[in-house]
Structures are given as C-alpha cells and as structure tokens.
Design a protein around this ligand. Structure first.
Ligand code: PMP
Length: 385
C-alpha cells in the first residue's frame, strides 16, 4: 500500500470524537454545530431532490450555483468573477483542496505551509510529490514574520497554502500580512491556494479580505469556499473553487477524476442560500459570537486563559497560562477519559511539536452544552493543577 496513507495515524478528530462517543463525553472537539442548520435551505434541498433532475449535473457545477457564487462574492467581497470561466463547484472544500494541489504541484516542487495548519494540507502536498516548507506562527498574535516567509520561499516554490480565518488558531490574516504573502508569491511566481472556508464566520464587525483581490494576485490565486461552513451544515459537501481561467481549467481536470460532480439538489440549495441577504449571514455570525463569548466568559471565570477568537467555530485554552503543565495531547486525552469533555490539541496541526500548549474548543453548541463543558473543564483544571 502507499506508505504515506498507510502510515497516517487516525486523525485527531476521529480519535477524540470516538472517545467522546464511547465515554458519553461532551464533544467540544470536532467542529460541527449541534443544530441542523437553516430549515429554508434544507427544504430547498428536499424540494430540489424531488422536483429536479438527479442525474449527473455538469462537471463544472450547476450554472445556477456558479452564477450564485460569482454574484455572492461580487456583492459581499467586491470580486468580479466570470462564472463561466472562473468558478467551479466541488464536493466540499476538501475536494477543492485536493484538486488544486494535484493540479498545481509536481514532484520536487516546494509548497509553503503555515503552521498551525489544517490537517489535510501536508499529506495532500506530499502525495502530489511536493516538499512542504513550514512557516510557524505563535499565539496569541499569529502574525506572519516576513523574514520567515522569505526564508521558506525559494526558486523551487510552486505554491503557498494559506487559511484565513484560520482553523485551528481562530485568527485572521491581517492586510499587512496578506501583502507580505502577495509580495513573496509575485517575487517567486508562485500560486496562492487560499482556504477561505470560514470567510463568513468572522466576529466583532471585522471583514474577511480575500487575497485574490490584492493587486497582481488575481492571476495567481485559487480561492476555495465551502457551503457547509457558510450555512452551518458541515455534512453538505459543496465547495467552490474560484481562479483565473488558465488555472481553473487545470484544477477542473483534476476534479473530473476525483469526484466529477456533486449532488445536484445540494448545489441547487446552496445557490438559493448564497442569494440570501447580508442580514442572513450576519444573524449566523451574531449567534456564533454570542456562543463564543459565553464559552470564553465561563472559562475565564474558572481560571482559564483563552486566546482571542476572531473567527471560525473555535477558541483555544492556553494551558501553561491557565496553570496546567500537561502537554496539550495529554490534557485532551485525560480530559475526555477522566472528566467527560472532548477537545482537540493544537499540536495535531503542526509537523513537529510546537512550544505552546493550546487546546481547541468548538463553541458552535447549545448554551447548556457549553455550560456543562465549562463545568467539566473546570473540574479537569482543578484535578490537573
Ligand atoms: N479547510 C478548513 C480550514 C476546514 O476547517 C475545513 C472543515 N473543517 C475544510 C477545509 C473542509 O471543508 P469541507 O467540509 O467543505 O470539505
């Protein structure tokens, strides 16, 4: 068997969710909302399933969805995308990432990855024959030092993968850092693969800034989105890739042999959802921000130090600053087994162990789940102190 996949351990998400199921723990680990998502969208998907075609939709995606994606990004992010040549639908952002990386990376190419990084990037780059080069960021600012970025780029750099808002750090890449990335890509003629699945989950009135909008980045950026994240229905594997025609044509060729297409009823419902007014997305953000604040306040009251969360479903506990001297993985394993609360250690998002010990918690949960989670974490903290 292929060694890269054969040697991959069970993902930390499966491990922790499995332990949570086995022990009946409160699961603040894996990032999915406890509620079922907007009823109007589920009804739109149900209607489309019954009333519309269930045969292969076009390989690039339903025209209605591709048009809706271009229009949505025009309205909310000021982008001017041609849906026919610059927008493709994929089976979730995961497939979009795989298709993009396979389309861009050749054996021996270097790919810059920014730690902490979403767990799919490194294996996908390596399976494509790429050589990852890491830039490591530190909590709580998570800023990108230009010197580290320039050191990671070389004449062999084919691409950089960035993720903002970031899972797991919950930070946004600021404009100044986006400009550093743009400068590095332009200098080395590299492509930026931008995982923007959390683009609508941004708090405190901040705005997501897509790298593709920066000068000279339009022709070298692949922007990836996810309806599952936009509409809080993570089981909906409907993703989007936006890129200049010359890039998208090749990504489409990788996509044709990965999944070829995506269930048409979910595409139709995603198109319906993308046309919702800004207030629809704002209401979702407000709800999540309230949950973020509830979890942060409860944990702070119990003596935890949490890192700020500017976006995503997550915030992190800083173990050392919370008076806990356990490594993050041990904390997560003991918290789920001994105290009935699941979390995700941030070390799972690094190629080599980080110096900071942080544990990620998902706040996209009902109030009583969050409150019980806080109670159990507080007990764990007292036991581990
Ligand atoms: N990228 C990031 C940063 C994510 O957090 C996730 C989902 N956890 C994905 C990609 C995958 O998105 P999808 O479910 O649309 O495949």
């Amino acid at each position: 068997m292929n060694r890269l996949f054969a040697d991959l351990p069970l993902t930390i998400f499966d491990l922790m969710s499995g332990l949570a199921r086995d022990t009946g723990a409160i699961n603040l680990g894996q990032g999915f909302p406890e509620d079922d998502g907007p009823l109007q969208l589920r009804e739109a998907a149900a209607r489309a399933l019954v009333e519309q075609s269930n045969q292969y939709p076009p390989m690039m995606g339903l025209a209605a969805l591709r048009e809706a994606v271009a229009e949505h990004y025009r309205r909310l992010q000021g982008l001017d995308l041609d849906w026919k040549s610059e927008v493709m639908v994929t089976s979730g952002a995961t497939e979009a990432l795989a298709a993009s990386i396979l389309a861009v990376v050749e054996p021996g190419d270097e790919v810059v990855l920014v730690e902490p990084m979403y767990d799919a990037y490194k294996p996908l780059v390596e399976r494509a024959g790429g050589v990852p080069k890491f830039v490591r960021l530190e909590a709580p600012e998570w800023r990108i030092p230009e010197s580290a970025l320039n050191a990671a780029f070389s004449a062999k750099t084919k691409a950089i993968v960035i993720n903002s808002p970031n899972n797991p750090s919950s930070s946004l890449i600021e404009r100044e850092d986006l400009e550093k990335i743009a400068r590095a890509c332009i200098a080395r003629d590299a492509i930026a693969i931008c995982d923007e699945v959390w683009e609508h989950v941004v708090f405190d009135g901040k705005q997501h800034e897509p790298l593709i909008a920066l000068p000279e980045m339009r022709e070298r950026t692949i922007k990836i989105g996810s309806a599952g994240k936009m509409f809080s229905m993570t089981g909906w594997k409907v993703g989007f890739v936006c890129a200049a025609p010359k890039i998208l044509q090749v990504v489409a060729k990788a996509h044709q042999f990965l999944t070829f297409t995506t269930p048409p009823n979910l595409q139709a419902a995603a198109a319906f959802g993308l046309a919702k007014p800004e207030s629809f997305f704002q209401a979702m953000r407000d709800d999540l921000q309230r949950s973020r604040d509830r979890l942060a306040a409860g944990l702070t009251q119990e003596g935890f130090v949490v890192t700020p969360s500017a976006g995503t479903y997550f915030l992190s506990i800083d173990l050392a600053r919370s008076g806990i001297s356990l490594p993050d993985r041990e904390f997560s394993l003991r918290a789920v087994k001994e105290h009935g609360v699941a979390s995700i250690p941030l070390s799972a998002f690094y190629a080599a162990p980080p110096s900071q010990q942080l544990v990620r918690l998902c706040f996209a949960k009902r109030d009583d789940t969050l409150d019980r989670g806080i109670e159990r974490l507080a007990k764990a903290r007292r036991a581990f102190n």
